[in-house]
Ligand binder design. Structure first.
Ligand SMILES: [Zn+2]
Length: 251
């Protein structure tokens, strides 16, 4: 498993500019973006993920897309966006070094948890600003990542979480169940093993995992603990067993 950490300037900007992004990467960023919104509202709606709003103003999306892309190119040369990219590049270098130092050990431990041989595979990781939140497997070849290091080995553990989404991409099980199993395996078990301390569902002041999955995970937890003690079972078999139970949990 090889991870390649990449910088894509337009993506980094749009991620920071997106409607779902409420935090500032640094002070002054909101003032900068607000100024752009005032000057080019329709293009900004389009670029920030509100394409339906210009549509209501009877704007042509084709024309808008062309104008927006031109503006995007221009904005890459502003001091604010240059700073955003520079800080992300620095974070990328740190992340690569961190993964080179600890990634292999984490994957060996992950393999012990899931008891499935990891495939030889190259994955591209597109990095975003470290003060903002991002983390997703877009498809079986691409992960997007950028997040504050909330606790020890945060990035290492969540990169393994995203790798698990890729490994289970074609698994025929509902996504909620699959996601809960991934969180038990990586956010919790792998975290505790790598950090040599900690407990399930909580790390210091932080709740671990998606709030929406917590109930399901707690229901699965006793079975998960049993699974960990049965070295002859692997994750695929655990998934099969859980599939049958999920409907009951969700009631
Ligand atoms: Zn996930």
């Amino acid at each position: 498993m090889k991870l390649e950490f990449l910088i894509e300037k337009k993506y980094i900007f749009l991620h920071a500019f997106n409607q779902n992004q409420h935090d500032e990467p640094f002070r002054g960023w909101s003032r900068f973006t607000l100024d752009k919104w005032n000057k080019y509202p329709q293009e900004c709606y389009f670029l920030a993920g509100f394409a339906e709003w210009p549509l209501l103003r009877k704007k042509s999306l084709k024309v808008l897309a062309t104008n927006s892309e031109k503006l995007l190119e221009e904005w890459l040369n502003t001091p604010q966006v240059k700073r955003l990219i520079k800080e992300t590049q620095k974070y990328r270098d740190w992340l690569e070094e961190e993964w080179n130092k600890k990634g292999e050990k984490a994957l060996i431990e992950l393999e012990k948890i899931i008891r499935i041989l990891l495939p030889k595979k190259k994955i591209s990781v597109y990095v975003t600003h470290p003060k903002l939140k991002n983390g997703m497997a877009l498809n079986p070849e691409i992960i997007v990542w950028g997040h504050p290091e909330d606790w020890l080995n945060y990035s290492i553990i969540y990169l393994c979480h995203e790798i698990m989404h890729i490994l289970t991409w074609d698994e025929k099980v509902d996504t909620k169940t699959m996601h809960a199993i991934i969180e038990l395996a990586t956010d919790n078990e792998l975290r505790i093993r790598l950090n040599k301390r900690g407990k399930y569902f909580k790390e210091g002041e932080f709740d671990v995992g998606h709030p929406k999955l917590k109930k399901l995970e707690k229901n699965m937890y006793p079975f998960w603990k049993k699974y960990l003690k049965k070295p002859k079972q692997n994750l695929k078999q655990f998934i099969e067993l859980q599939k049958k139970k999920t409907n009951k949990y969700n009631k």
